[in-house]
Design a binder for this molecule. Sequence first.
Ligand code: PEP
Ligand code: MG
Length: 558
Amino acid sequence: MSQHYQGVGGASGVMVGRAFRYLPTASTSATTEAPEDADEAMQRFAVAQQESAASLQTLADRMRSEGHAAEAGIFEAQAMLVEDFTLTDEVEQRVRGAGMSLEQAIIAATRQMHDTLAALDDPYLRERAADMQAVERAMLNTLRGTTATLRDLPAGTVIIAPDLTPAETSELRGNTALGFVTAYGGPTGHTAILARSLGIPAVVGVGQDVLNIPGGATVIVDGDQSLLIVQPTEAEVAHYQERGAAQDAAQIRRAALRDTPGQFADGRPVALWANIGRPDEAQIARSYGAEGIGLFRSEFLFLERNEPPTEDEQYTAYRTTLEAMEGRTVIVRTLDIGGDKPLPYLPMPSEPNPFLGVRGLRLSMQRPDLFQAQLRALLRAASHGDIWIMLPMVATLADITWARQQMRAASEALTAEQITHRATVPLGVMIETPAAAMTVDLLAAEADFFSVGSNDLTQYMMAVDRGNPTLAANYPHNAPAVLRMIAQAAAFAKKVGRHIGVCGELGGVPDVAPLLAAVGIDELSMSPASIPVIKERLLGTTHADAHAAARRVMGVTD
Ligand code: PEP
Ligand code: MG
């Protein structure tokens, strides 16, 4: 009998594969505690040392080839520590002398070495303490057949994990023959968003029972129904293989629409733009027919590193994106950190409600140095194409006034330094707070354009954390309350003649996208792979029909 696990969201697509458990922080206790044959244990230890060192070295090589020399150095040092004879001695003493199991001995030895290093005065040696934790994890992962990295997984692997950080999810980039399933997370959380942008099937928020699925089990990921099937029957496998084939056929059919502009069946235009997180995704966006970039989540330039990107690095990233888009608009959102997106090198005081605290533009206000570097990079890049700057987490007119002054200051400084740039570029805001949605016409005094962040707008309207899997299903982003708010914001924007888009996940939902366009949204921005699906959907309905449907869904009768 197959087992079915229902999740709360994910990324479209189906696949049949083998479960692979990814437990990055699973090293807190030993899974085997009974004493084992000491010779055998030490042989296993020697093999695990070699394998762990090899996989850390592979990671180091990859980091170096991608230009991350500092990270490469860290992994190289860890690879050496794994094979260090002190560690071997410490483990052997515990296995032979104290009769510990191998896992227990590794944990005890690495922790004692960690504590000794952490107590030293020398700052360099103190920092090596953290490496001992990594060594412990690498060794235990090797012994347990789990993994410390998500790169280089074989095709057909379905990763089962508690949740994935943005950095972990982006390790999957380029490997489209994978799927993943997480115990936690919601449909508009960043794990699901990244899965969509990578174009791999995923199910999130399945609940923690999913973590007990044995590695190697045959599983089916149905990202369309947010369903995971474990040990499927033959009939289920056959059904999903057929669906996989239909999926491939639909992809070929839609690819033919690549150069058709987004429009309703009656020809009324709807701009279909893409959400990206890195410059190289602009090419992917183009390959799916994106007519612009409606949201470049610039915070992804700040992840997977030990320090913020420099002004020059950012300038290059924005310029590369503009060049890839060949004159089309690119909306770059300024750093949106906080909430569920922390930065390891930017310690923030812990807050009881981080989603209601210092996030998005509010963090920029506390760190004008970071904001200035970003604005300078953006204004410099603006000489090479049509860049628009968008502010996250705006609630008041004063928020935008502050940012506009900052933009002016950045331009003045560049002028004084005789650095080529564009003095003013369109400055707009995300509509993510109900306060912003209800005052679009007033915000237009300072804002040149708007884009609805329906993911956050939903969580702030419904008072439901967007990452909470137990509440997500009952408080969806397509609820009448959210659609009415978006329609209201669109009407305000129309009144003051401003462009308004939707760049939250709602814009890429096939049943909802035509309704949004019908109530006055000019542009829908979504993960690149969704564009052909939405384009086909729009071509299948008229503006009038979609408008009538929108009124029905919103419960508007007069
Ligand atoms: C949103 O909130 O809808 C949005 C697009 O921003 P993010 O998902 O990055 O918070
Ligand atoms: Mg948001």
